[in-house]
Ligand binder design. Structure first.
Ligand SMILES: NC(=O)c1ccc[n+]([C@@H]2O[C@H](COP(=O)([O-])OP(=O)(O)OC[C@H]3O[C@@H](n4cnc5c(N)ncnc54)[C@H](O)[C@@H]3O)[C@@H](O)[C@H]2O)c1
Ligand SMILES: C[N+](C)(C)CC=O
Length: 487
């Protein structure tokens, strides 16, 4: 049984309810997890509040907090294989991808551990005679953290590591369908020596546990990664006590290929952009914009390669793409492509479920390329979150940028060209939080991550990733106090 971690103890749900956790490759039950609700969330929030108010964690020297966060990184490295296998069981992604995630995750803990003691504040040049003015950073307080199912532990690490490094206490709610690695990392955090009550884990659904975290007035900050519709609900709920708010939402990310780009690299990266983890990536390059003069050749080359993508179990070393996360999500992707067909797209490859008998118990969908697409189509505008790329043509640089920006989202985008001046002109006009030139989907702890427009609010990772978990206090001291006699 996967239990919840509240006030330093492993506990079942107050209601006694549980949920079966399903392997998306074969629909077998891989674990049973406690299914918490509002009551469990309230208990965890009270524990985090008490731990924050007694200031044990917030007031220890930052360098010591950093050392504990470093220990968490070492424990993740020690248990890298076990964690990667749990992640692949839970999500269906290949173990190779999950091992890469675990390395990234350890790197995130190390990055924020090192930042913990680096910034002691600043002295301000006060304009008032006989005074001293300085700025210090303090933790925000109790943080609610809500994560999605597609990168369960990676997205958790982007929240846990900076929150701890900055001296906060927290309650995390992972996606109810992929809790396994989050449970394991809470075991590791306890082993690393985090005091009781500082980190709390509540398992369960969004509309009860998640909603309580978003509304509860004892929570000072809510950090959410997930879909746009949930993000809007959380933003509303967070207004209850004007919580600090961080939202990492979806994307519908354009990938522009100019005729002067390296052709083979552009084809290869167009695939990497959208077929890793079966397209279930917020920054997936789902909108391929190709200069008209190379459009037909590029589509032909892409289709030839996409036909050979090997689907299967994430535990089979020859597998290149695993299943989608759930039956419900598969239905959504099917509906999304079927609707695209009604809108007039042509399926160049894929466009349905695979026929191999050994894949029938998994939630598989074929890697799919759709052509004859236009920006006004739903299939081009909505985040389908599957292995589906839409291809549009453009003839000028201006048109490419206009198409790229024609979205409510602004998470990420790519530009492929050998003309650096052209690349820089495009980048300057692309309204996205991350833009890659001649590459796709790269992220690392040192660089901020987040979205323009409806892709979110705030930034994770980088210096700003720590600042999200800090309040800034200005301290002014009068060095020569004497009556003013104004009144
Ligand atoms: N911008 C990023 O960095 C990033 C990273 C990963 C995923 N995502 C996005 O996440 C989405 C996929 O994840 P998902 O399907 O798990 O998203 P989701 O919004 O359905 O769920 C995310 C989390 O929110 C919880 N939740 C659901 N309803 C809630 C409510 N009313 N109040 C509070 N919490 C609630 C869920 O239980 C889950 O833990 C995609 O849109 C993807 O683009 C964004
Ligand atoms: C942020 N990232 C790219 C790791 C995962 C998005 O789904």
């Amino acid at each position: 049984m996967q239990k919840m971690f509240i006030n330093g103890e492993w506990v079942e749900a107050i209601s006694g309810m549980t949920r079966n956790i399903i392997n998306p490759y074969n629909q077998k039950i891989i674990a049973t997890a406690a299914e918490g609700n509002e009551q469990d969330a309230k208990r965890a929030i009270a524990s985090a509040r008490e731990a924050f108010d007694n200031k044990e964690w917030a007031f220890i020297p930052a360098i010591e907090r950093g050392a504990v966060v470093q220990r968490i990184a070492s424990l993740i490295e020690r248990d890298r294989h076990e964690l990667a296998e749990l992640e692949s069981l839970d999500t269906g992604k290949t173990v190779e991808e999950s091992l890469g995630d675990m390395d990234d995750i350890a790197g995130v803990f190390r990055y924020f551990a090192e930042m913990a003691g680096k910034d002691g504040g600043a002295i301000i040049d006060s304009p008032i005679p006989n005074s001293m003015s300085r700025v210090v950073h303090e933790p925000v307080g109790v943080c609610g953290q809500i994560t999605p199912w597609n990168y369960p532990l990676l997205q958790a690490s982007w929240k846990l590591a900076p929150a701890l490094a900055a001296g906060n206490t927290l309650v995390m709610k992972p996606s109810e369908i992929t809790p396994l690695t989050s449970v394991k990392v809470f075991e590791l955090m306890a082993e690393a020596g985090i005091p009781a009550g500082v980190v709390n884990l509540v398992l369960g659904p969004g509309d009860s546990v998640g909603a309580e975290l978003s509304e509860n007035a004892e929570v000072d900050l809510i950090s959410f990664t997930g879909g746009i519709h949930t993000g809007k609900k959380i933003m509303q709920a967070a207004s209850s006590n004007v919580k600090n708010l961080a939202l990492e939402l979806g994307g519908k990310n354009p990938n522009i290929v100019f005729a002067d780009a390296d052709f083979d690299t552009a084809v290869d990266q167009a695939m990497n952009a959208v077929f890793f983890h079966a397209g279930q990536i917020c920054s997936a390059g789902t909108r391929l914009l190709v200069e008209e003069s190379i459009h037909d050749d590029l589509v032909e080359a892409l289709v030839e390669r996409v036909k050979n993508i090997k689907l299967g179990s994430g535990f089979d070393a020859s597998t290149q793409m695993g299943p989608l996360i759930s039956k419900e999500h598969l239905s959504k992707v099917v509906e999304y492509v079927e609707n695209g067909k009604k809108e007039g797209v042509t399926v160049a490859v894929g466009g349905g479920r695979p026929e191999e008998p050994e894949l029938q118990n998994g939630f598989f969908y074929l890697p799919t390329v759709l052509v004859n697409c236009t920006t006004d189509m739903r299939v081009v505008q909505e985040e389908g979150f599957g292995p589906v790329v839409t291809v549009e043509k453009f003839t000028t640089e201006e048109e490419a940028i206009r198409l790229a920006n024609d979205s409510i989202y602004g998470l990420s985008g790519g530009v492929f060209t050998n003309d650096i001046a052209k690349a820089e002109r495009c980048v300057a006009k692309m309204r996205m939080g991350t833009v890659w030139i001649n590459d796709v989907n790269l992220y690392f702890p040192q660089a901020p991550w987040g979205g323009y427009k409806q892709s979110g609010i705030g930034r994770e990772l980088g210096k700003s990733g720590l600042e999200e978990y800090q309040e800034t206090k200005h301290i002014f001291q009068n060095l020569k106090p004497e009556p003013m006699n104004w009144f």
